[in-house]
Design a protein around this ligand. Structure first.
Ligand code: NDP
Ligand code: MG
Length: 391
C-alpha cells in the first residue's frame, strides 16, 4: 500500500484532532504533509513535531513569529496568513481534510482540489455557500469529494451499490442540542455557556451552538441536497436523542437503509480517510441490549425555525446559500458576544434572507467564486446591521 500524503486544514480543532488520532495509528499508510491552524499556535507546533509534518501554517499573520520560534529547532516549513494558506493548499498531496470552521474553509478546499487532492469534507459551509462550485471543482479535477459530516457519511454509506434514481427520501437525524428539553419560553434567556453544552457529541464551540439552535441541521439539509443532488422535498429531519442512527435512506421499494454507529466522529473520518473502505477503527462497539430504545420525533419548528429557513434557501437557489451561511455566522458571533439573544439568531438570518429574496443583489453566477464571496460579504454586512438594531 503506497503511503498517502495527507494535509489537515483546521488541524487544531475537534475534527482535525480526531483525524490526527487516526493517522497517528497507521504510519504505514499515512504521511502528514501540512497542518494548518488559527490561534492555537503552540498546539499546532506540538502536533507538527509529533506527527512529522513538512509544513505548518497559521491563518493569522500576527502569529508567525510565535509559530516560527516554537519550531526553530526543526526544519519544518512555517507560514502565516492568506498567501501561506494558499501555498499550503496548493501542495501536491493525495488528500486534504477540510476541517476549518466557517466559510473560511471554502477557498483552501477548492485550491486543494484544483491541485489534485481528494477532499475529505467536514467543512459543511463549503457545500452551503458554494455547493455547485465545490461539486464541479471535484468533477473537473477528477478528485473525490468525500463527506465527513456524520449524517452525510451515513447517507453516502447507505448509497453504496444503490442507484441514485431509486432514492425516495433521505432523513437526517438531529440530537436536538442543548435545549431539546427546554420550552420555547425557557430558550429565550439562555446563555452562550449553556448553548455550548452538547448532550451527545463533543465538537467545536460554533457547531455546538449551531446544534442547540438547529442551524447545524439547516446547514446539513442544504449540504445533503448539494452532495447527493436531491430535491428539497426529499430531505427530512428527525430529532433522535440517542444520536446513534445518523441518517436513513428510503428507496422506492419502501426499504430503508439506516446508518447506525457510535457518536464518535472518527467513524466518519475513518471512512473518508480510507477512501470509502472499512478500516479496523478503535471505536466503541454498540451494545443494543444496553441501548434498549431509539426515539424519533419531528422537530418543533417553533423552537427551531432555522430548519424551515433551509427550505426557503433551497427554494430560492442561486447564491442564497452563501448569504444564509454568512448571516448565520454573523448572528452566531453576535449571540456569543451577548449582543443578541439565542432566539434572535434565526430572526436575524430570516430578515436577511427575506430581504435578499425580493431585491436584485446583482450577483448571478453560483459557479463564480467572486460572486459567491460577494454574496457572503453582503450577507455578513446585512446581518451585522440587523443585529445592531436588535434589543
Ligand atoms: P473547531 O472550532 O474545533 O476547529 C476549527 C479549526 O479551524 C481550528 O483548527 C481553528 O484554528 C481553525 N480556524 C478557525 N477559524 C479559522 C479561519 N478563519 N481560518 C483558518 N482556520 C481557522 O471546529 P470543528 O472541528 O468542530 O469543526 C470543523 C468543521 O467541521 C466545521 O465546518 C464543522 O461544521 C464541521 N463538522 C464538525 C463536526 C465535529 O464533530 N466537530 C461534525 C461535523 C462537521 P484554532 O483553533 O487554532 O484557532
Ligand atoms: Mg452532522
Amino acid at each position: 500500500m503506497a503511503l498517502k500524503r495527507v494535509s489537515i486544514f483546521g488541524a487544531t480543532g475537534s475534527i482535525g484532532q480526531n483525524t490526527l488520532d487516526l493517522i497517528g495509528r497507521d504510519p504505514e499508510r499515512f504521511q502528514v504533509d501540512t497542518l494548518t491552524g488559527g490561534h492555537q499556535v503552540d498546539h499546532l507546533a506540538e502536533d507538527a513535531k509529533k506527527y512529522g509534518a513538512r509544513m505548518v501554517v497559521t491563518a493569522y499573520d500576527d502569529h508567525y513569529q510565535a509559530l516560527k520560534s516554537a519550531l526553530s529547532d526543526t526544519d519544518i516549513q512555517v507560514g502565516a496568513g492568506a498567501s501561506a494558506m494558499k501555498e499550503a493548499a496548493s501542495r501536491p498531496v493525495d488528500m486534504v481534510m477540510s476541517a476549518i470552521v466557517g466559510a473560511a474553509g471554502l477557498e483552501p478546499g477548492l485550491t486543494a482540489m484544483n491541485a489534485g487532492a481528494d477532499l475529505l469534507l467536514a467543512n459543511k459551509e463549503s457545500m452551503v455557500a458554494a455547493g455547485a462550485l465545490t461539486r464541479t471543482t471535484a468533477q473537473k479535477n477528477n478528485v473525490a469529494l468525500l463527506p465527513v459530516d456524520s449524517e452525510h457519511s451515513g447517507v453516502f454509506q447507505a448509497l453504496q451499490g444503490e442507484r441514485r434514481d431509486t432514492i425516495e427520501r433521505v432523513i437526517l437525524t438531529a440530537s436536538g442540542g442543548a435545549f431539546r428539553d427546554y420550552t420555547l419560553e425557557e430558550m429565550q434567556s439562555v446563555t452562550p455557556e449553556q448553548a455550548c453544552d452538547h448532550p451527545t457529541w463533543a465538537m467545536g464551540q460554533r457547531i455546538t451552538v449551531d446544534s442547540a439552535s438547529m442551524f447545524n441541521k439547516a446547514l446539513e439539509v442544504i449540504e445533503a441536497k448539494e452532495l447527493f443532488d436531491l430535491a428539497p422535498e426529499q430531505i427530512e429531519v428527525l430529532v433522535h436523542r440517542q444520536s446513534l442512527v445518523h441518517a436513513l435512506v428510503e428507496f422506492q421499494d419502501a426499504g430503508i437503509i439506516a446508518h447506525v454507529g457510535p457518536h464518535d466522529m472518527r467513524h466518519a473520518i475513518g471512512y473518508a480517510l480510507y477512501g470509502g473502505n472499512r478500516a479496523n477503527l478503535p471505536l466503541e462497539r454498540l451494545d443494543f441490549t444496553k441501548i434498549a430504545r431509539l426515539d424519533f420525533a419531528a422537530p418543533d419548528l417553533k423552537k427551531y425555525p432555522s430548519v424551515d429557513l433551509a427550505y426557503q434557501v433551497m427554494r430560492a437557489g442561486g447564491l442564497m446559500g452563501a448569504a444564509f451561511n454568512a448571516a448565520k455566522e454573523k448572528a452566531l458571533d453576535a449571540f456569543l458576544a451577548r449582543q443578541i439573544g439565542f432566539l434572535q439568531m434565526s430572526e436575524v438570518v430570516k430578515s436577511v434572507i427575506d430581504t435578499l429574496s425580493v431585491t436584485d443583489h446583482g450577483f448571478e453566477d453560483a459557479l463564480n467564486l467572486e460572486h459567491i464571496l460577494g454574496m457572503d460579504a453582503l450577507g455578513r454586512d446585512m446581518a451585522e446591521r440587523v443585529c445592531a438594531t436588535q434589543k
